[in-house]
Write a protein that binds this ligand. Structure first.
Ligand SMILES: [Zn+2]
Length: 68
């Protein structure tokens, strides 16, 4: 069964937007630790972590309290 890695890579590349300018974390735990620390030193900050489809790593994103 032939593999279609090339095609998949090409499709993924299209969806890379600003993710390369964001900080990447290899694991969810690592991302959460950083998020917790950032929220600890900045009470106004609400961060959540998400797995990125583009780079398969974890990013932090700002979460507005109003949007919850
Ligand atoms: Zn990413």
């Amino acid at each position: 069964m032939p593999r279609h890695n090339k095609q998949i890579k090409h499709i993924k590349a299209i969806f890379i937007n600003n993710c390369q300018t964001k900080r990447q974390y290899s694991t969810e735990r690592q991302a959460r630790e950083v998020a917790d620390y950032q929220m600890l030193i900045n009470n106004d900050l609400e961060l959540s972590v998400y797995k990125c489809d583009s780079c398969n790593k974890w990013h932090l994103t700002r979460r507005s309290i109003d949007n919850i």
